[in-house]
Design a protein around this ligand. Structure first.
Ligand code: SF4
Ligand code: SF4
Length: 61
């Protein structure tokens, strides 16, 4: 199972990860991305990591 980490010091709350994730893993709370679902639903596709303009998301397989 993949592990997704968000560096909140880098996140600017742009919502790109919310739009990119095919399983809706992210939500924006207080202008920062947070994980909204159980990590077991993550497909490990790395779309969130690729789309984040701030380099705030890391996906570990
Ligand atoms: S790796 Fe893919 S499925 Fe997992 S949180 Fe990122 S975009 Fe969503
Ligand atoms: S794409 Fe990156 S900067 Fe934008 S909300 Fe998601 S984690 Fe934050």
């Amino acid at each position: 199972m993949a592990t997704v980490k968000i560096d909140k010091t880098k996140c600017k709350g742009c919502s790109s990860c919310v739009d990119a994730c095919p399983v809706g893993m992210f939500e924006i709370n207080g202008n920062k991305a947070k994980i909204a679902k159980d990590m077991s639903e993550c497909l490990g596709c790395h779309a969130c990591e690729s789309t984040c303009p701030e380099g705030a998301i890391t996906v570990e397989d």
